[in-house]
Design a protein around this ligand. Structure first.
Ligand code: GTP
Ligand code: MG
Length: 316
């Protein structure tokens, strides 16, 4: 049995150290990563992926912690994936998240992982979805994903989660910024967290009014994550939403769209790699110089060289 087979076997058996190791390998994107992913593929069950996005500090991690506790309380195994936490490797948010999630992190059945997409070479959607597939194959019943608000991270939460909760706060400035940043179009459920602030009802009605423009009745909920208030209602709403999407076929449609985005990202990444290698190749440079010396303008040179890029893609 190869090392990869053994590791995959241990991941499926639910060994968390092997899982952490497998994720690290997948993140590194080596050829071993490909082997792991293809061997895990038949174990992926398509369990719910619930996304939480919103402005920094709105309470996403605290809510996820409470949601995780709720699921665990129902006998479910939960994994949490925090994408691009404000401080990826040292102290700061990650440590803070760990501390805040300590009640679930220390309990069996909850696995917390953070990953940084900054500096990841292209294909970020593929990179995140690969890790989600590993978590699914490892037997988690639910996967909760946290991303920073629109524009603050390399991946859109809709490309990686089935159901999306947008978490805002009664703080007018931040919430309005979040709305402007396009968060209004992407949520299934909107959460006004920190509802212990007296302005929360006003923000909730404002959100409802803004969201009602399309005709469909928006779901806006208020929570106080720190005290767990409204969390059960939020959890039930998100789970109902997932079931409803599954029943009416929209879940499958969303996942198909995500897969298309993932495949496109992977192809783009291949082209980018090929072009980068090609452009530092001696033959390429000599050819460009020759065509330029013949008097061709750069656009025409590029057109001449285009078909060669395809040859390089096929060499990858
Ligand atoms: N008053 C109050 N504070 C809250 C509530 N929920 C979270 N907080 C606090 O708000 C701060 C930020 O909470 P987090 O859960 O880390 O927020 P986040 O959205 O994950 O933050 P980032 O990951 O840094 O974007 C923490 O100090 C929490 O204790 C709430 O309902 N009421
Ligand atoms: Mg957080």
């Amino acid at each position: 049995m190869s090392d990869v087979d053994r590791l995959v076997g241990d991941v499926i058996a639910g060994d968390t150290r092997s899982l952490a190791k497998a994720i690290s390998i997948v993140e590194a994107g080596s050829s071993e990563a490909g082997h792991i992913l293809s061997r895990l593929a038949k174990h992926v069950r398509g369990r719910p992926v619930i996304g939480f996005s919103g402005p920094p500090g709105s309470g996403k991690s605290t809510l996820i912690g409470k949601f995780g506790e709720y699921l665990k309380g129902n006998g479910l195994k939960v994994a949490v994936l925090a994408i691009d936490p404000s401080s990826p490797f040292t102290g700061g948010a990650v440590l803070g998240d760990r501390v805040r999630m300590v009640s679930i992190a220390s309990a069996p059945g909850v696995f917390i992982r953070s990953m940084a997409t900054r500096g990841a070479r292209g294909g970020v959607v593929a990179y995140v979805r690969s890790v989600l597939r590993v978590l699914d194959a490892a037997g988690f019943d639910f996967i909760l994903v946290e991303t920073a608000g629109a524009g603050q991270t390399d991946v859109s939460i809709n490309d990686v989660a089935d159901v999306v909760a947008i978490v805002v706060t009664p703080d007018m400035g931040d919430s309005i910024q979040a709305i402007k940043a396009g968060l209004l179009e992407i949520g299934d459920v909107y959460v006004v967290n920190k509802a212990d602030d007296s302005r929360s009802s006003y923000i909730a009605s404002m959100l409802e009014a803004m969201l009602s423009r399309g005709g469909a009745k928006p779901v806006v909920l208020k929570t106080v994550a720190t005290r767990g208030e409204g969390v059960v209602e939020l959890a039930e709403t998100l789970l109902r939403k997932w079931e409803q999407l599954k029943t009416d076929g929209e879940l499958q449609a969303r996942r198909r769209r995500q897969t298309i985005a993932e495949v496109v990202a992977l192809i783009m990444e291949d082209f980018r790699t090929a072009i980068e290698r090609f452009s530092s190749d001696k033959e390429f440079i000599a050819e460009v110089e020759r065509l330029t010396a013949e008097g061709l303008d750069p656009k025409s040179v590029a057109r001449e060289m285009r078909s060669r890029v395809l040859e390089w893609v096929n060499r990858l």
